[in-house]
Write a protein that binds this ligand. Sequence first.
Ligand code: NDP
Length: 247
Amino acid sequence: MDVREAAPAVVTGGSRGIGRAVVERLAAYGAPVVFGYATERARAEEVVEAVRAAGGSAWAVRADLAEPDGVDRLFAGADEHLGGRLGVLVNNAAVTGRTAFADASAEEFDRVLAVNARAALLAMQHAERRMAGGGRIVNISSVSTAWPAADEALYAASKGALEQLSRVASRALGPRGITVNTVSPGTTDTDLLRDAVPAEAREAVAGMTPLGRLGRPEDVAAVVAYLAGPDAAWVTGQNIRADGGLV
Ligand code: NDP
């Protein structure tokens, strides 16, 4: 099955950053794409318009993945536009929950884990039910599992959970012809990075990166597109770092 060229896709967090680049890349290969977002309606509409202007098909569905029924709402929207079919799922949406270790609260733990890990588990369950002829699942983690900062307890814990869910899912869904892989970006120039890391520190990380710059959303989208495509048919349970050699 050539999932890359035509299979319908769902991408979480497609309104900006890496998710937007993934949506645009999959749509450019001819995939109809439904993507989720939380609050940024105008930016989501901009992505839909950009995809359509380039000749592709995309629809945006608002669904807060911190809510227990957020994933159900996303897939209800996806079914409406994709007719219940699915070939590719990319779990990309995340929040940083950056806070001093001593201030990490129970409420914040639950919120960060819900968006970054629980939603991915529930989305994979939804995907399995719709991937009748096999499929591709790509989960976006982070180099923070290998190189966690002191104020990233919740984020790093959530990404650690996501990586394990991904490995387990590769075993559970393999017999259905579904591959499950993880992509771990390094520091990538998006809102998430700019909100969490001051400009000086961003420049310092670019200087420490062997390839000499920050990542771009398109750098990560290219790796996702490979894993979502026919050339990766024999690759599952892997975690690929797309970080310019940082870690
Ligand atoms: P951005 O902050 O730029 O975009 C986040 C996306 O997730 C947006 O589309 C946002 O929607 C959506 N989102 C956030 N919270 C929710 C929620 N509660 N419910 C539904 N959707 C939500 O992030 P990036 O593009 O930087 O990151 C994408 C992925 O890459 C994440 O998994 C992140 O952890 C990972 N990553 C990023 C790195 C970086 O340096 N940028 C480094 C390593 C990993 P809305 O626009 O509506 O808010």
